[in-house]
Design a protein. Sequence first.
Length: 154
Amino acid sequence: MKSDEKSEIDYHLTTPVSYSHGGEKAEAQFIRLTAPTSRHSRECAALKQAFFRSCPQDREANPDAEIGEVAGHDVIVTIASSRDVSLPDVIDVARKLFTSGVAMVDGEVKLTQHLIDAMSQDDLEGMVGDYMVGFTLASSLEKMRERSSPGSRT
């Protein structure tokens, strides 16, 4: 892992979610997302494949185009705009991934199906996009940037 890569990121909720922690009611402010392990390879592979299948085909026609910073929102818009990829399928895969232990409410409580169901749709989609950019696509996007940057060709 490169020194600038992170093993966790915090996704700050735009709409807090109520949950119980230690017998007390709490309002979740963020979800801590941790890097996947090989245990999560099936879900991560499905998310990565969905993104690359949804990428505009002109990327192949113009491989020299520079790759800038990609945000989670960009990933979701790209997938949602694709005729070849089902955003509902991507969300289903991500829900399974998030309940496998890579997502912790306020960094302390495992994200459950019940808590995901209580999240706003915007937060769920935003979290999926940020997870993809931060973890499942990070190395691929970095390699694409390196290939597209001026002076990187021999």
